[in-house]
Design a protein around this ligand. Structure first.
Ligand code: C5P
Length: 304
């Protein structure tokens, strides 16, 4: 096999509970992830000279020039890790076609890593079990295991322990991007500063959110969404507060900063409503606006 194409979705956090930093520097999380229909494509092409390389393509509004193309690229690290695990001597050339905002709080880098794992596994015929892939994914980053699994799932540990959630209903998410991304470690550092005098409690998933998902109740879901990183993201980007308010004014059922931000998410009921909310937000000229359904499956081979 010479080439495999994988599609890997963006993630959002319907809730994101964050505790006090652990001795290893990571924060304990209690989150509900959902994969949504904004995708990066990862194309893995065989090379037999043992080299690993990566190229990034896509609309530069997504800040693709900020994605590293050296050995620090998460997709390339994923490919190397899988090759080492299976004693694969071949290299690979990866092409990433970005559809997910870079540094937007939507796990674009994690999607690329998950996509590279699935693509290289198919390319090399290594038939790695899902469980083993998840273990490799967890070594690469907190959100990478979820990017493999997709759907709606609870995340604990530092986010890497993923359990599928009982969830009904399908939703539409309007995404407002920012021209400039936010660094996840910087947002966590701001979270630590906010909590320096009053440490956060144990993170937990709100019961009301799980009840809303079990019932597929969109209004209850909108009201129950929460993000402990939002105050930190708003301190770094105060203008996002107004963006969230515009979305609610434009009839979204809920508005929240996505993960560590700065992308903002607005909950809509069906595509026509998503189109309406997106149109409202576009009227303010705040940044690129798109919309996508959720939940969708995790990283998947689309052609080989
Ligand atoms: O795991 P990942 O590489 O995505 O994390 C990026 C950074 O975000 C970490 O280096 C850490 O600073 C921060 N982080 C954290 N607690 C988590 C997840 C990420 O502090 N649970």
């Amino acid at each position: 096999m010479r080439e495999v194409v994988v599609s890997a979705p963006a993630k959002i956090n319907l809730c994101l509970g964050v505790g006090a930093a652990r001795p290893d520097g990571f924060h304990p999380l209690a989150t509900v992830y959902q994969a949504i229909g904004l995708y990066d494509q990862v194309i893995a092409r065989s090379v037999d000279d043992g080299t690993f390389s990566v190229a990034v393509e896509g609309d530069d509004r997504l800040s693709i020039s900020e994605v590293p193309v050296d050995g620090t690229n998460l997709a390339m690290r994923a490919a190397r890790l899988l090759a080492a695990r299976h004693g694969i001597a071949d290299g690979v050339h990866l092409t990433i076609i970005k559809g997910i905002p870079v540094a937007g709080g939507m796990a674009g880098g994690s999607a690329d890593a998950a996509g590279a794992l699935v693509a290289c596994d198919a390319l090399w015929g290594t038939s790695t079990s899902r469980e083993e892939l998840r273990a490799v994914a967890a070594e690469l980053g907190s959100d990478v295991p979820f990017s493999l699994v997709g759907g709606t799932a609870i995340g604990t540990g530092r986010g890497e322990v993923v359990t599928p959630a009982m969830a009904r209903g399908s939703y539409w998410w309007v995404v407002l991007e920012s021209e400039k991304g936010l660094s996840t470690p910087e947002v966590y550092a701001e979270f630590d500063r906010i909590h320096s005098t009053k440490p956060p409690g144990e993170p937990a998933v709100p019961d009301a959110l799980m009840a809303a998902l079990r019932r597929g109740d969109i209004e209850q879901l909108g009201a129950a969404m929460s993000n402990d990183l939002q105050p930190a993201a708003l301190r770094l980007r105060p203008e996002l507060e107004q963006s969230l308010a515009y979305g609610v004014e434009g009839s979204a059922h809920g508005a929240i900063v996505s993960g560590s931000g700065p992308s903002c998410l607005f909950l809509a009921e069906g595509q026509p409503h998503a189109t309406q909310v997106a149109g409202w937000l576009k009227g303010y000229g705040l940044g690129p606006v798109s919309f996508a359904p959720g939940p969708v499956p995790g990283a998947r081979v689309v052609t080989r």
